[in-house]
Ligand binder design. Structure first.
Ligand SMILES: Nc1nc2c(ncn2[C@@H]2O[C@H](COP(=O)(O)OP(=O)(O)OP(=O)(O)O)[C@@H](O)[C@H]2O)c(=O)[nH]1
Ligand SMILES: [Mg+2]
Ligand SMILES: [Zn+2]
Length: 307
């Protein structure tokens, strides 16, 4: 008898189990050791969004035996000093980065690291300013101005008041969207607001220090009633860059790329060189100082891990 096989999409990973959707059915699979080895540098060899081939044995237990090449993925350093990487999701059509300026605070550098990674892997990214009802108006205006000037779309939403929900619903209706951000910024709540039929766990923010509690522990892809699919992910603390050289980092800051052709040296690192157009743009305010600081920090702090 021929071995039953199927090709499907990984919709949930728990570390030991992988749920693969094939049409309307979801099968629970293990993975073959060979695939684990192939992903040795990564903490997760098979990720949500992967297209995989599965086989069943005589007992009816399913195993993932192959992964199709990924069209893209979002990757970060597994933890601060680690050489290992963690792939957040694969084969996505866009990424939404949820940001809150307070309750909890998303550091600017975190935002910039995420954007750099999306630029490097050519993943369209939209910034979602979440929990708009709790944010300070002036802080939102200042933040949005910086990122809109670069060319990023910033959508302000509140799951509480419903503001901005409709544009998000339209954005999600096509293809697969990854939702990422710190713990407690409202990723799961946003998905539950877009599609109330989904059974999604959301967390309470501790009132004392407004820190998230890591309510979502496993990445899950949900099909949406209005079309499209969305990937809910556990909140992440840090976002260490991986596989991006110092020399190319500047390429992933669109506003730096616009002025870099005017630098005196073609291989300018925009750190100390005379005649640097980027440094000049920071001085005259055309490039936001906070963005340039993020660039310097990424060069500096990641250097020791990147080699
Ligand atoms: N005021 C207000 N609270 C919100 C909003 N969105 C989410 N919250 C609250 O924020 C807390 C955290 O929301 P979650 O959706 O669980 O956050 P998350 O990003 O999924 O967090 P992790 O799963 O830990 O990564 C919950 O108490 C939500 O009720 C909003 O728009 N306004
Ligand atoms: Mg969550
Ligand atoms: Zn320069």
């Amino acid at each position: 008898m021929a071995t039953p096989t199927c090709t499907g999409t990984v919709v949930r990973t728990t570390g030991s189990w992988y749920e693969v959707r094939h049409g309307d059915t979801v099968v629970r699979c293990r993975i073959r050791g060979r695939l684990r080895l192939r992903g040795a540098r990564s903490t997760n060899p098979v990720v949500v969004g992967d297209r995989v081939v599965c086989e069943a044995d005589e007992a009816g237990d399913w195993t993932i035996v192959d992964i199709e090449p990924r069209t893209n993925y979002v990757i970060r350093r597994a933890s601060n000093l680690s050489k290992e990487s963690h792939i957040i999701a694969a084969n996505v059509d866009r990424a939404l980065l949820l940001v809150t300026l307070q309750a909890p605070t998303t550091p600017t550098e975190f935002v910039d690291r995420f954007l750099v990674t999306c630029e490097a892997y050519k993943i369209p990214v939209v910034i979602v300013l979440s929990k708009r009802d709790l944010q300070d108006d002036a802080a939102v205006t200042a933040f949005s101005a910086i990122y809109r000037a670069i060319g990023y779309e910033v959508i302000e939403v509140s799951a509480k008041t419903g503001a901005g929900i409709e544009p998000i619903r339209e954005l999600l209706a096509e293809g697969t969207t990854l939702l990422s951000g710190n713990s407690g910024v409202g990723k799961s709540t946003l998905i539950g607001t877009i599609d109330p039929h989904l059974d999604i766990r959301t967390g309470e923010i501790s009132q004392s220090h407004h820190k998230g509690r890591h309510t979502t522990t496993f990445s899950t892809m949900y099909p949406l009633a209005g079309g499209g699919a969305v990937i809910d992910t556990p909140g992440i603390k840090g976002f260490g860059l991986i596989d991006i050289d110092d020399a190319e980092l500047g390429h992933y800051f669109p506003e730096m790329m616009r002025v870099a052709p005017d630098c005196r040296f073609y291989n300018c690192t925009h750190t100390h060189e005379p005649g640097c157009a980027v440094i000049e743009a920071v001085r005259n305010g055309a490039i936001a100082a906070a963005r340039y600081e993020s660039y310097l920090k990424m060069l500096d702090e990641d250097e020791k891990y990147r080699k």
